[in-house]
Design a protein around this ligand. Sequence first.
Ligand code: UP6
Length: 258
Amino acid sequence: RINMPLMERAKAATNPLAQRLLTLMDRKKSNLCVAVDTQSSVELISMAEKLGPYICLLKTHIDIIDDFSKETIQKLKELSEKHDFLLFEDRKFADIGNTVKMQYKGGVHNICDWAHLVTAHPVAGPGVLQGLCKAGLRDDRGCVIIAEMSSSGNLNTPAYIEDSIKIGNSFGGFVIGYVCQSSIDVDAGVILFTPGVSLDASSDSLGQQYVTPETAVNEKGADVVIVGRGITGSENPVERAEQYRKRCYDALCKRFES
Ligand code: UP6
């Protein structure tokens, strides 16, 4: 998996959305996911418009938006099509199946209607995925399991990570990959996502820990690199996004060649 080019991995993928994302990454030469953690929908849309050309995924925390409306979602959908990126809502579902089914499909956010991908903690067991599947099993919907977090003092032991993968593997039609901090052993068509990446800082004041794009790709096995404040908090987010895109994609291509 580690050294296989994206299109070979897309062919190996059994999950249609994993196939679509790997192909998109190859076409756009981007394995960059930007995390736009803002409370303003105007800012969210403006970042999506500006950064769209450089990214494969736009990661949201839709529940932090103060002025959320259906129009926010309509614009995100339009920009996702215009700039060829997928929408990734980092909801981190973690409850029993019956509750997450309603959290996914209901409420003002109706996440299932617009987010191609969502995240889930497997701490509650396979029920979380059964619940999500009940609401959203279709070809253009998928889930990324949080196997290991980037924050200091996290409770993700090696046994937890291993068990997370077992749960994820048993939902191969819906789970396209894992958020993790180490090069875990998964099939070629499965995608690893790594947050905690910055060129400016090694940590924040609330437990986040950062590495460079090269460390994420080479040492942590990242296929998709997730960058938030390193881009959105900079003076020129567009220039910064292109810089991260290039560093992340070059590192990935070097990995294929090694
Ligand atoms: N995130 C992490 N670490 C994890 C899982 N998710 O940082 O283990 C998410 C955060 C945030 C983004 O919720 O949206 O990735 C990282 O943002 P940052 O680059 O600004 O720290």
